[in-house]
Design a protein around this ligand. Sequence first.
Ligand code: FAD
Length: 455
Amino acid sequence: NVQDSGPKVCIVGGGPAGFYTAQHLLKARDDMVVDVYERLPVPFGLVRFGVAPDHPEVKNVINTFTQTAQHERCYFYGNVNVGTDVSVEELRKAYHAVVLSYGAEANRSMRVSGEGLAGVFSARDFVGWYNGLPSNKELQPHLNCETVVILGQGNVALDVARILLSPLDLLKKTDITQHALDTLAASRVRRVLIVGRRGPLQIACTIKEVREMINLPDTAADMLPADFESISEALKDLPRPRKRLTELMMKTVKTESGQHKANKSWGFRFLRSPLEVLPGPDGKRVAGIRLAVNKLEGSGEDAKAVPTGQTEDLECGMVISSIGYKSLPIDPCVPFDPRSAIVPNNMGRVKDTAGLYCSGWVKRGPTGVIATTMNDSFDTARMLLKDMDSGMLNLSVNKPGGQEITALLKERGVRAVSFPEWEKINLEEVRRGTAVGKPREKFLDVKDMLAVAWS
Ligand code: FAD
């Protein structure tokens, strides 16, 4: 039986990085067994809990991940928290190699006072809330204000802005959670300002997301023409994608500014950094934000935002910071670079730790789309295979793999969710969704997921 004598690799994290790494490994060697350990009972990481509900086409990668998980030499162990239920050291003993693909779940903080006021959220939590991440279920954002300020101008910032301003009828047909729909139905939010520390030429989102904002029904773009006055000069030298994006914003300024017929609006605010979140009279809830007015030093992608000393206050009832994420250390035996918040590695080989690898956001930091994560995971898999071929990874001893870990987990009272058990959860979610005209209605509680998995 090849499964007893072949190499055994385990992957920590069942998001895109984990599944793409597994896919490449399984394809490269027909004697390799790959086990994927995932903290939640449900797979796919940010494809399930990050990607916007109105972008269902992005989630098609789930089909590929499902094929990988159903491969005869791949096993999925959901509901297993590595670092708590089982240590990385124990995994390293049981497998020939361990790949860390556990993503970047923490938020970068704004480091300004007032960040803890009610009505201030991280985009990650807000997204997790409308996408049904169990740990964000209780977020309870009160959408009883007119203006929301989002800090950061990447695609996630635009996802959040779009969800806040989208017509309910559109969202109702997506897999957004019912509790988010109920809250959005009562929303009084009419205006969303998306604030960035640099200028229009440095904006981090892509044209598709800006176009979707422009096309929102009953929603006007509220831009400041002055922001675009000096940039037409630079236009001709820009790389094509940035040129098209800039032209689109400039066209929008021309056609939409001064139109006030729409009930709702959104707009970019450039060259502003948060200084302080301002409380209202009760001292508890956000009522505004104080921004530093910046100027640019240098030009192009490398331009730096430098404070001018001027400040500006914006009134708002909610602040959502979308300024990035960071990975957290998983286990004391795994090297971690607190400065860049990644597992230090050389092309996927974890520094100073033979047999340990990493892929995805924990390897290169939390930037890039799913396709970037795919390439990077294939790179790590190639490196691992090379180390097997060169003898750097010793394959001459048999390893017990999942058998030993399952026994350990059992001793500790931890029961894993297998892929067929996830498929039961999946079917039930789809059934609940179909009943109300949605692709799925997600379970919000781990205990409900487990009840279905083990029913
Ligand atoms: P993740 O997707 O975060 O997966 C990590 C997995 O590890 C998770 O399932 C997590 O539960 C698990 N895990 C964590 N800790 C442990 C542990 N201790 N033990 C076991 N398991 C653990 N890209 C696009 O191409 N299109 C988009 O529309 C898009 N939208 C996005 C929206 C948001 C809000 C965000 C944040 C990102 C978006 N991205 C999008 C980027 C894309 O999601 C990432 O490139 C990709 O998910 C990174 O993959 P990953 O596997 O490294 O991390």
